[in-house]
Design a protein around this ligand. Structure first.
Ligand code: DC
Length: 333
């Protein structure tokens, strides 16, 4: 059994307003929780005492929620309470995650439930994925590493000895099976059912990912998955095209960058720590080549969205960048 809460407001006390607000609220609650009408056992309403013209329960029946028990009651007058407010509780069969829904003026009552998306774009090695991971922990929201998805495509291409021509990438595209799952808050990327989260971090996969991500069929497939995941919950996405193409309406957009030399140095240390021996100068060349690939490709090139906040991390610590972004988000939600 699930108990789902919701609330909404009306702008004036009249039957029409009550009908439309209640209908909208119940439909949103039903859809957000994947309920079918038969699962709803009862709907309980309470409304502030300034609403007297029509029963919310009657509005629910008129909106098609008529096969369950409906009940309305008036709330006591509470000093400072949000006026003209209708609250609801749906008791429904079944289990699974519960999504409470607060609309119109009532959205401000539960700011913690407000859904939003954070787009973090920028070139390779700018620190955006480290920032995104820390930020997701601090804010308690999901992090989707979109680069990992392109990396998984690249791994498939490498293992199939793909020559990166349009024809062979299209063939590859039709058999691509990429999934993203979360275990203890960490993203795991699966290719053909196998967890490839570590393998895709290999240096040779980086360059291949940059190449393969330029193909339209690959981008369309990945973007569709990314939008679906981001549409289901508050989410931080990092990538190259999140603010410009994947989620152009994201509530928060940041473009994170740093000097190529600083980025190469960071990557060098990261690979050394993993026991991979690499040449710093070669790394820098590779980073510059990926920048060029990513920013000059035809489809969704790496570009700062006009409304993204630019953050140059060359002289900043990761903690400073996280604090800066977190402050901007928390000021607004
Ligand atoms: O962020 P990363 O280094 O893991 O990304 C690997 C490659 O994938 C990168 O060179 C460009 C591509 N990519 C992309 O084109 N669009 C994204 N949203 C994310 C990554």
């Amino acid at each position: 059994m699930r108990a789902i809460r919701g609330a909404t407001t009306i702008s004036k006390d009249c039957a029409e307003e009550i009908r439309s607000s209640v209908g909208e609220l119940l439909c949103e609650m039903r859809d957000a929780n994947n309920l079918c009408v038969g699962q709803i056992l009862c709907i309980l309403f309470s409304n502030t005492s300034d609403i007297v013209s029509f029963y919310p329960a009657k509005a629910a029946r008129e909106a098609g929620f008529s096969d369950c028990a409906l009940y309305s009651s008036a709330e006591p007058e509470i000093l400072g309470a949000l006026p003209l407010c209708i609250r609801v509780m749906i008791l429904a069969e079944g289990d699974g995650p519960v999504r409470h829904v607060y609309l119109r003026g009532a959205a401000g009552l539960r700011k913690d439930l407000r859904r939003y998306a954070v787009a973090l774009d920028g070139p390779s090695g700018s620190g955006k994925s480290t920032v995104a991971k820390l930020l997701s922990k601090e804010l308690g929201v999901l992090y989707l590493d979109t680069g990992a998805m392109y990396r998984a495509c690249a791994l498939k291409a490498l293992s199939e000895h793909c020559d990166f021509t349009e024809q062979s990438v299209e063939k590859l595209c039709s058999s691509l099976d990429i999934k993203v799952k979360y275990e203890q808050g960490a993203q795991h990327t699966f290719l053909d059912g196998e967890d490839v989260s570590d393998e895709i971090r290999r240096n040779e996969v980086s360059m291949a990912a940059s190449k393969i991500s330029a193909f339209r069929c690959i981008r369309e497939k990945m973007v569709e998955m990314q939008r679906r995941i981001a549409g289901e919950q508050t989410c931080i996405l990092d990538g190259r095209d999140i603010g410009t193409a994947v989620l152009p309406n994201a509530e928060f957009k940041f473009y994170i960058t740093a000097d190529a030399a600083v980025r190469a140095e960071r990557r060098y240390k990261e690979l050394l720590a993993k026991g991979e021996s690499v040449d710093l100068e070669k790394l820098r060349e590779e980073i510059e080549a990926r920048d060029k690939n990513d920013s000059t490709r035809e489809f969704s090139p790496l570009r700062k969205a006009d409304d993204a906040v630019l953050i140059d991390t060359s002289g900043l610590t990761i903690e400073e960048v996280v604090a800066l972004i977190k402050k901007k988000i928390q000021e607004a939600v």
